[in-house]
Design a protein around this ligand. Structure first.
Ligand code: KG4
Ligand code: ZN
Length: 349
């Protein structure tokens, strides 16, 4: 989507976006009239996978090593020089403090040395508008943001105008995928592995895991994780005392767990969205974003759900679902077009 027409602007701003809130070092260039020109990423996932999850200090050290290289790659891929950049947008919250500090310090250094405007971006606002980069998503829409750190629903009324209407009270859905995968000795991150296992059998509710409370718009995935743990114990698949998975060699069992888990997640998202649509009957679309929105089964499920209700479903392409700097540059662009800049004392949260 080209923002210059929406904001009726003749300024051909070019925004450099920088992302370093967790375990991905990202840089991207967004041109308000031409769209996303580049979106480069150095993923640390393989290094953290070795430890079974993200190690904050390791993340900061890797950001520090890679950030300069990734920024240069993004500028080269966009065929622009740093001098041609108008604004530097950087994720300043929320995230791992040490990781955020690398990106924000780097952005401040560039802004100071090259006399550029600086904008601090909320990483979650990046996810909320990530489907708008490649699509014209009509307002108002409901955004279901599902990642390793967050599971939330927002009512989105315009660029920069969004209200939280539901969130997880404990674990995020991606975190539940990761933890359940770990219980079964599957590698980190768990989501893609669970998807692959489930795809090898039919999508069926083999083990009928608990759906949790439907009383309000909030989510809870900690209960689901515990109920799966006890279900594994009941099926002689897990030794609670030794904390050991006992069915490493039983591929079909792992496929059944994966399939049941995905069917259960899809069901939870459908039920919560149905509830929210009743509360906000004038919504025109649903956008499904964040790392978990890469999941093809969940996309298909929500697509069928939306079609039944004659509303549109949008999701970003894979590179814009997981953490990335493209979404940070995009939010930076509409903030710049509204003159919302920060000073060099920009804090992190
Ligand atoms: O948005 P993201 O890259 O980082 C965070 O901000 O957390 O999301 C990462 C999460 C992980 O928990 C991972 O297991 C999950 O997204 N994920 C998936 C898939 N790809 C990544 N979950 C289900 N199916 C997938 N295909
Ligand atoms: Zn994220």
């Amino acid at each position: 989507m080209n923002l210059d027409k929406i904001f009726d602007s003749s300024a051909r701003l070019k925004i450099l976006g920088i992302e370093s809130s967790c375990d991905e070092t990202g840089a991207a260039v967004y041109h308000v009239a031409r769209g996303l020109l580049s979106n480069e990423l150095y993923s640390q996932v393989d290094l953290h996978a070795w430890h079974g999850g993200v190690i904050p200090e390791l993340a900061s050290r890797l950001h520090m090593e890679k950030i300069g290289i990734i920024v240069q790659k993004a500028l080269d891929a966009a065929q622009v020089t740093l001098d041609e950049i108008d604004v530097i947008a950087v994720t300043s919250k929320p995230g791992l403090p040490g990781a955020l500090m690398i990106g924000v310090s780097y952005a401040k250094g560039l802004a100071f040395a090259k006399n550029k405007k600086l904008i601090g971006i909320n990483h979650l606002e990046g996810h909320v508008f990530s489907a708008c980069i490649e699509n014209v998503v009509p307002f108002p829409f409901i955004c279901l943001t599902v990642s390793g750190g967050h599971t939330s629903m927002y009512l989105v009324e315009n660029f920069g105008q969004y209200t939280l209407i539901g969130h997880t009270i404990d674990d995020a859905a991606g975190e539940a995928f990761d933890k359940i995968a770990k219980m079964m000795n599957l590698p980190y991150p768990g989501g893609p592995v669970i998807e692959k296992l489930a795809e090898q059998v039919e999508f069926k509710d083999f083990f009928q895991y608990t759906r949790g409370s439907m009383q309000n718009n909030n989510f809870s995935f900690s209960g689901l994780k515990t109920s799966i743990l006890y279900d594994l114990v009941k099926r002689d698949a897990y030794d609670l005392q030794a904390k050991k998975f006992l069915k490493d060699d039983d591929l079909y069992f792992k496929q059944q767990v994966a399939s049941s888990l995905l069917v259960c997640m899809g069901d939870i998202f459908e039920k919560k969205l149905a509830q929210v649509i009743k509360q906000y009957p004038d919504i025109k679309a649903i956008s499904f974003v964040g790392g978990v929105a890469c999941n093809k089964y969940l996309r298909r499920t929500l697509q069928a759900f939306a079609e039944k209700r004659r509303i549109q479903l949008f999701y970003p392409s894979g590179k814009l679902c997981t953490d990335n700097a493209g979404m940070i540059a995009f939010v930076g662009a509409y903030k710049a077009l509204q003159n919302q800049f920060d000073d060099l004392d920009l804090p992190i949260f």
